[in-house]
Ligand binder design. Structure first.
Ligand code: BG6
Length: 518
């Protein structure tokens, strides 16, 4: 079938010859917290997708660990009834049945040493039956309060020890700490049992194709890198706007807020991939060294700068597409006088030769008008208006936008002459849409990350120093916001573009203000 690009007379997608990917190494994935949402929504569907793409090792098994009493058969049955809801298109019976035979379950308490002895025995059996060679990756899909304890117990039970050629890895879901001190403490605690090379701190944003494409776009094209700097770029706007509210996560969100929930992890990943220097290779540490340098080059905010350059907000009642929506304070498990922010934005700088004095505006919020995540790079305007004695009195700067979701693609705007006898300029768009060129592949966003855990590639996982550097940047904002509770909440309505002050933050600098989703 012709792609839309071909149908429109464009070039079919041309791809470089690929080395076929090999299935991951034989191993067992142990999921702590396997009775929760993440397992049924993301992890098992991602394993299914890997299996259908031929990337799941033949010698593989999953052991789910959680509190509810259930047998392995019960676990299989539960997932069998749930898988159809989370895998598209149809579930192929042969693939599912094979995967189902590889599923096991163990009920128990995460702090009970006897449970780890039972786990050890079960894993030894599974190794015998499935040829998994004692290679394990433990996936902590638990509340963060259990992270250190589970790792300690794994250590005591010998389940984190790498010897005799066996590998052992531990994957941590976010949040990793709730501020700099707790992140440092957690790194220290898990460091008593694990080497850093065994630690995989997941940031699900890095599982998104479009986020990985930032690297491909920057470093596989010769034309962008020479202008990717302060000489040509005026400012950048990195936005993750959500139209959903807090859903059923009120009690988590009350403790977290938008800043902690999104900034030091997801948005800083986007920031560091966009701003980093070309790494010397795609080896995990080469890439992560460059990302870490960016985070370390962000100067700490003084309290005055927090007041001037950071904006917080909380949504009140409003409407999206004609549906009335409650304000944040009316959501389940939220205090009626809550001061938790559901919107956060700030302007930061990166003090290095490439970016000195270039503002980066980062912002995120819930219950905004539309869902979009994008990186907008605004170039400097042409140095003067050549079109004297014409109706053109100003030029619009070029803007390159990486659309990460939901409409995945890249667009570049530039000026063009509007047809007619007088010289007028209009802004037009050149755009590439992922789906048109590459079609869509069923994905939960976790496939690549799980596969990387199996092959031992930590490039897309956060290293200890990166996590700490991220918290270090937001720490002064957290401190100032804590000591000066907001007096104007709620300050934006559900379904709007967020607080007015966030627009002003950009408009003070940039004449062609804030991007509201292009
Ligand atoms: C999670 C946050 O990490 O990311 C959520 O805790 C947020 O609050 C989600 O909604 C956004 O992820 P995505 O993939 O939907 O953009």
């Amino acid at each position: 079938m012709a792609t839309t690009a071909e149908a429109l007379g464009g070039q079919p997608a041309a791809t470089a010859p690929e080395r076929p990917a090999q299935p991951g190494s034989p191993c067992v994935m142990v999921i702590f917290g396997a009775a929760g949402d993440l397992t049924k929504r993301k992890l098992i569907p991602a394993l299914y997708n890997l299996a259908s793409g031929g990337l799941l090792p033949r010698d593989f098994a999953v052991v789910g660990v959680a509190r509810p009493e259930m047998s392995s058969d019960g676990f299989r049955e539960k997932l069998r009834s749930e898988i159809r809801e989370f895998v598209t298109p149809d579930v192929r019976t042969d693939i599912w049945e094979q995967l189902e035979r590889q599923l096991y379950y163990l009920p128990g308490e995460f702090s009970d040493p006897a449970m780890y002895r039972r786990l050890q025995a079960l894993l030894a059996d599974v190794d015998d039956q499935h040829g998994t060679h004692g290679n394990y990756f433990h996936y902590l899909a638990t509340a963060p309060a259990f992270f250190a304890e589970v790792v300690r117990q794994l250590g005591l039970a010998g389940l984190a020890r790498e010897d005799a050629g066996r590998w052992r890895r531990v994957v941590f879901e976010k949040p990793f700490g709730r501020d700099l001190d707790t992140a440092r403490g957690l790194n220290r605690d898990i460091g008593q049992t694990l080497h850093e090379r065994q630690v995989y701190r997941i940031d699900h944003y890095l599982g998104k194709e479009t986020v990985q494409n930032i690297l491909a776009f920057r470093f596989s094209n010769g034309i962008f890198e020479p202008i990717w700097n302060r000489r040509y770029i005026d400012h950048l706007q990195i936005t993750a706007a959500e139209s959903v509210g807090v859903e059923r996560r009120g009690s988590y969100y009350e403790q977290s807020g938008a800043l902690r929930d999104m900034m030091p992890n997801h948005l800083f990943q986007l920031l560091s991939l966009t701003a980093m220097e070309p790494p010397i290779s795609f080896a995990a540490d080469a890439v992560r060294d460059e990302q870490a340098k960016i985070l370390h080059a962000i100067p700490a905010f003084s309290p005055e700068e927090v007041l001037k350059r950071a904006v917080r907000g909380q949504y009140g009642e409003g409407a999206i597409n004609g549906h009335r929506l409650p304000g944040y304070r009316g959501e389940a498990d939220v205090a009626p006088d809550s001061t938790t922010e559901t919107f956060a934005a700030f302007k930061l700088f990166i003090d290095n030769w490439r970016w000195a004095d270039v503002p980066f505006y980062v912002r995120t919020g819930k219950r905004l008008r539309a869902r979009f995540t994008e990186i907008a790079i605004q170039f400097k305007r042409a140095p003067f208006v050549l079109f004297r004695d014409t109706p053109v009195d100003q030029l619009t700067p070029n803007r390159l936008v990486m659309h990460l979701q939901p409409d995945e693609g890249i667009s570049l705007s530039f000026g063009a002459k509007v047809p007619g006898p007088v010289m007028r300029l209009g802004t037009v768009n050149m755009s590439f849409n992922y789906g048109d060129y590459f079609g869509t592949t069923p994905s939960t966003g976790y496939e690549r990350l799980l596969y990387d855990c199996m092959i031992g590639d930590a490039t897309l996982f956060q290293r200890a120093d990166m996590v700490e550097a991220g918290w270090h940047v937001v720490a002064p904002i957290l401190d100032v916001w804590k000591s000066l509770p907001p007096r104007n909440f709620p300050n934006y309505s559900a379904g709007s573009n967020g607080p007015r002050e966030a627009d002003e933050l950009v408009e003070r600098h940039a004449r062609y203000g804030r991007v509201h989703g292009s």
